[in-house]
Design a protein around this ligand. Structure first.
Ligand SMILES: Cc1cc2nc3c(=O)[nH]c(=O)nc-3n(C[C@H](O)[C@H](O)[C@H](O)COP(=O)(O)OP(=O)(O)OC[C@H]3O[C@@H](n4cnc5c(N)ncnc54)[C@H](O)[C@@H]3O)c2cc1C
Length: 607
């Protein structure tokens, strides 16, 4: 079973991505060129990633005292990925890119996430390089970003510290100007950094010639103390090995040391590291302190970093989605082959009959359809967001601005919804397998472990909820929320004309009203403590409403197609979502509306 027909349907029949070639930037493209990219990525994922997914889980990265060792399969897979040109797929032709729409790039990368999420497909490297293309100097772009796009260097994002995870304003890494000529360095104003960065993915390995760390650090103010809050944070390029202005290694090791590898629940094919910057393990030019080059202006580090974080959040949502999809396919295959039990007829069970396959039991069908509705719905959402990114970059000014604002509102959902519900899909995939699902003989337990990360990194669920209710639905006088409501209403207007979809259209209309009313009620006292006490139930209800809209819109496209098993399946997944999932928002919204403080007001000692 392949996910490709679903990808093709969503890209072409639903989102009409092939029509993007009417835009100047994509004029050389066509459905044929898009298909060629999808074919290549599907093949590399099948040949170089999928067969090694279990291997990278069992052969965790280890440190031999000098180097971090990863399985050869990881080296081969990442080389094949870089050789395919995917690292620079969206870039301009003149720097070696393909000028591919982001929607096609995201769809192509989905195959790798499904085949082996933890071998990885360079999400951090492209995100890092894209940030430099947006905020770096010409020299920084040429020396660092271009060498990331061509696969020579890889990239990291170094935000978190042992004591500063969700609260980035508390980062303690310091950066001070490096000598009298520090401003004159052609690679950018040169600083010395000291501090510890925790949880850094791909922070140490031998997969590439060099590693480009993008590091958040504070420059002390005139009083010698770090400026409090996020305004004091700046962004630096800290290469593992120093380079000259041609991007060649100078032979000097920068003062960045691996303090240890984290041993994770899942996602074990990617190293995760505690890095010490500037502790003097590798003194540079006689002194301790890691050399870093300022990106953008001092104090604007977090703003620049958000460029990387927004892309990373869509990437995380896609990874969660494809893990959900992998579990769905595995459990569907298992359910079609596993004989167990007999149907209950009016006269009870007939032990003389052979056992049926478990896919014939209604409860197993429920678990399969739930997984389908979560994973395929999430894929549609991620591709919709990716299409908005294309609109933001290449649309007419007003449409581009609408896309920007819609993305602001939808990004917390694109990150968090698949992280929660495709994880639930993985749990159901284990359940479909029964006891076998709980063993390492089948792949589904690994999918669950790999997916468990996604509600934690790139902003936890709690942080996403507060971002949505505390910031995104309010920003620009609620215009983003209004734009989203307009799009949802447009779908409702179309669906209400279709007898098969009219009841769902009405249910969605009611859900939208309820979300709007709960948003107002949450903020009725104007007190953030009241409003945000139930930010996660709000996130869940908002997410389910968005997914119901996505499913209804997908159903409109499916409806227009000739009868087929795929069409029947899509319409059933949409119905499942409206019958079994959307009604859940009532309970979530009630505590939001009531500004229920049951949890928030409970004294610590009463726990
Ligand atoms: C495998 C892995 C890979 C990672 N990769 C990277 C990486 O490459 N680069 C990087 O910089 N970081 C990375 N991270 C770090 C990740 O982003 C953080 O773990 C995450 O932001 C949470 O920070 P924390 O672990 O310190 O938890 P904490 O911030 O301590 O949070 C613990 C709990 O408290 C809640 N909480 C915290 N503050 C609040 C608040 N104000 N209101 C309500 N609830 C709150 C959280 O929601 C969470 O449930 C990675 C983490 C892991 C596990």
């Amino acid at each position: 079973m392949s996910v490709r027909p679903t990808v093709d349907f969503l890209l072409y029949d639903w989102l009409s991505v092939d029509s993007l070639n009417q835009r100047e930037r994509f004029a050389d493209h066509s459905r044929e060129t898009f298909d060629a990219v999808l074919d290549t990525c599907e093949r590399i994922a099948r040949e170089k990633y999928a067969p090694f997914n279990r291997l990278v889980d069992t052969q965790e990265p280890h440190f031999d005292g000098e180097k971090v060792i990863l399985p050869q399969a990881t080296h081969d897979a990442q080389k094949a990925y870089a050789d395919s040109g995917m690292l620079s797929a969206a870039q301009d032709y003149e720097i070696g890119g393909m000028q591919l729409p982001y929607s096609v790039e995201a769809a192509a990368n989905a195959f790798f996430a499904m085949a082996s999420v933890s071998i990885g497909s360079g999400m951090l490297t492209t995100g890092n390089a894209n940030l430099l293309m947006a905020h770096g100097t010409d020299m920084q772009k040429r020396v660092f970003a271009l060498n990331e796009f061509n696969g020579r260097f890889s990239g990291t994002m170094c935000l978190s510290e042992p004591q500063a995870g969700s609260s980035l304003s508390d980062v303690a890494t310091r950066a001070v100007p490096d000598g009298a000529d520090s401003e004159a360095d052609p690679l950018g104003p040169r600083y010395r950094l000291k501090g510890n960065k925790m949880w850094i993915s791909a922070g140490e390995h031998e997969l590439t010639e060099n590693i480009v760390h993008l590091v958040l650090a504070k420059i002390p103010g005139p009083d010698g103390k770090p400026v409090p809050g996020v305004k004091g944070i700046s962004l630096f390029i800290v290469p593992k090995k120093l380079v000259d202005t041609d991007g060649q290694l100078t032979g000097e090791r920068n003062d960045v040391a691996l303090a240890g590898l984290n041993h994770k629940c899942g996602w074990r094919g990617t190293t995760n590291t505690l890095l010490n910057f500037g502790e003097g393990k590798y003194p540079v030019r006689g002194d301790a302190g890691a050399i870093g080059y300022l990106v953008g202006r001092p104090g604007e580090g977090l703003k620049c970093m958000f460029h990387m974080m927004n892309e990373a959040r869509i990437g995380v949502g896609m990874a969660a989605t494809m893990l959900g999809m992998a579990g769905y396919h595995a459990s569907l295959d298992y359910a079609k082959n596993r004989p167990q039990g007999r149907p209950m007829g009016p006269a009870g069970k007939d032990p003389a009959q052979p056992q049926v396959r478990i896919i014939e039991h209604a409860d197993v069908k429920r678990m399969l359809l739930a997984q389908k509705s979560y994973a395929e719905g999430a894929l549609a959402l991620e591709l919709y967001c990716a299409r908005l990114v294309d609109e933001q970059h290449t649309g007419a000014p007003e449409a581009a601005d609408d896309a920007r604002l819609l993305l602001e509102v939808l990004t917390p959902i694109a990150k968090s919804w698949p992280s929660e519900w495709c994880l639930e899909a993985n749990s159901l995939a284990i359940q479909v397998h029964g006891g076998y699902g709980y063993t390492r003989d089948f792949p589904v337990e690994q999918y669950w472990r790999d997916n468990r990360l996604n509600m934690i990194h790139e902003g936890t669920h709690g942080i996403q909820g507060m971002d949505l209710l505390g910031r995104k639905v309010l920003m620009e006088n609620g215009k983003g929320l209004q734009l989203l409501a307009d799009r949802i209403n447009a779908t409702i207007q179309r669906a209400i004309q279709v007898p098969e979809l009219a009841a769902h259209a009405n249910a969605l209309g009611k859900a939208l009203q309820d979300v709007g009313a709960a948003t107002k009620a949450a903020w009725a006292t104007g007190n953030p403590t009241d409003a945000l006490a139930n930010a996660v139930p709000y996130l869940q209800a908002f997410g389910h409403t968005v997914l119901a809209w996505i499913w209804l819109d997908v159903a409109l496209a499916a409806q227009a197609q000739p009868d087929s098993h795929a069409r029947t399946g899509r319409l059933a997944a949409m119905r499942f979502f409206f019958h079994y999932e959307l009604p859940k928002i009532g309970a979530w919204l009630q505590v939001v509306r009531d500004r229920d403080l049951t949890c928030a007001s409970l004294p610590e000692d009463a726990f």
